[in-house]
Write a protein that binds this ligand. Structure first.
Ligand code: RBF
Ligand code: MG
Length: 359
């Protein structure tokens, strides 16, 4: 439930220079879910390194140990863990990483260690994922039958392992746009925000308010740029596309989806706003974008003006739609949900956020 890929990329970037090679990130997908030794074997082979896999592992391992503290929890992970713990749902953590590393990683997250009654590392089983062994051992230690267990996995080998163990599996792919690789999962969700525990016989979340989920407010802003020209003409939804330049890290920290909040528009004022963040599956965009729709009737265009947003809540995951009409209908429904929610004191108070005031 933590995002380790960034750390791996950082380390390999530095490490491969020593061998006169350049990390290009291509291997990230191949490595996901593999044991450290298997991952190392992939790198040694793909980059034709003049060393044995064992040697590579022993050189690179120390570089990781002081990085664990930098791994951020996935969005929604802390919420999910606290929710399940509150309801006394037994939980196990089963990872291909060595147990020592798992324990080091979770030690940086308040309350996580106490939550998992079972922690199994790849070094405690004969073969790691995609073999079902690690999940079967978890079931054994939890004293729960496999069909009564739900696995939450981010990697393809992990999904394979969970299904082979006879468990239900929800996949939360760690890399975007990889849904098609996870076909054996019972459900593929975009982020942990989209998990519906009740679908799996678990207690439902109780923090949704009028079809919205409050998020820790965050800010993004910049000049309004031209979008794809689709908003007004095609959809009747004039979105004020923001330049994502300089914001790619901020955007990648937040799951794609439909959010809402308040928008400050240059010296004009502060308006209700609903926005999509993501790849617009219907149009299959290549860049992660943010496309706020200000819920106010403007007669003029405002390209080039400064737009500042405070994002306060989440509505839903981005979806694909069978027709343009159904996409448009859904966007208008999002607008209604946001319009109403922003009237609630919990969200309304952020209208006064000083970041939005440009006059
Ligand atoms: N595009 C999608 O492909 N799927 C969506 O679920 C989706 N939801 C949206 C919700 C809102 C509130 C807004 C403003 C846009 C949404 N879009 C979605 C993006 C829409 O496709 C985009 O605004 C047009 O592509 C215009 O550039
Ligand atoms: Mg994993």
């Amino acid at each position: 439930m933590a995002e380790a890929d960034g750390i791996l990329s950082e380390i390999l970037k530095v490490f491969l220079v020593k061998y006169g090679k350049q990390w290009d990130g291509r291997e990230a997908l191949k490595i996901a879910g593999k044991t450290p030794f298997e991952s190392a074997a992939v790198i040694v082979e793909d980059y034709e390194l003049p060393c044995a896999t064992e040697e590579f592992v022993s050189e690179i391992t120390p570089m990781f140990s002081n990085q664990w503290c930098k791994i951020k929890a996935l969005p929604g992970a802390d919420r999910l863990i606290k929710h399940l713990r509150h309801h006394e749902v037994p939980m196990a953590l089963a990872s291909n990483s060595p147990k020592e590393n798992i324990e080091a990683k979770i030690s940086y997250h308040e309350g996580w260690k106490e939550t998992f009654s079972v922690v199994i590392g790849g070094d405690e089983v004969r073969i790691g994922k995609p073999s079902p062994e690690i999940f079967l051992e978890a079931a054994n230690r939890l004293k729960i039958e496999p069909p009564n267990l739900l696995v939450i996995e981010d990697s393809v080998p992990g999904v394979t392992a969970g299904k082979a163990a006879g468990m239900e599996v929800v996949a939360v792919p760690s890399l975007p746009k990889q849904t098609h690789l996870y076909t054996s999962a019972d459900e593929v969700i975009n982020s942990l925000l989209d998990l519906g525990p009740e679908k799996w016989g678990l207690p439902p979340f109780q923090d949704w308010i009028e079809r919205t989920l409050p998020v820790e407010p965050w800010h993004i802003g910049g000049p309004i740029i031209k979008g794809f020209g689709r908003g007004s003409k095609l959809l009747g939804v004039p979105t004020a596309n923001l330049s994502t330049e300089g914001y790619s890290d901020l955007l990648s920290e937040h799951p794609s989806g439909v959010y809402f909040g308040w928008a400050g528009l240059s010296a004009r004022g502060v308006y209700k706003m609903v926005t999509s963040i993501g790849w617009n599956p219907y149009f299959d965009n290549k860049e992660k974008t943010i496309e706020p729709w200000l819920l106010h009737k403007f007669d003029e265009n405002f390209y080039g003006e400064e737009l500042r947003l405070v994002i306060v809540g989440y509505i839903r995951a981005e979806a694909n739609f069978p027709s343009l009409e159904s996409l448009i209908a859904k966007i208008h429904e999002d607008g209604d949900v946001a319009e109403r929610a922003l009237g609630l004191p919990l969200y309304a108070k952020h209208r006064d956020d000083p970041y939005l005031k440009m006059y």
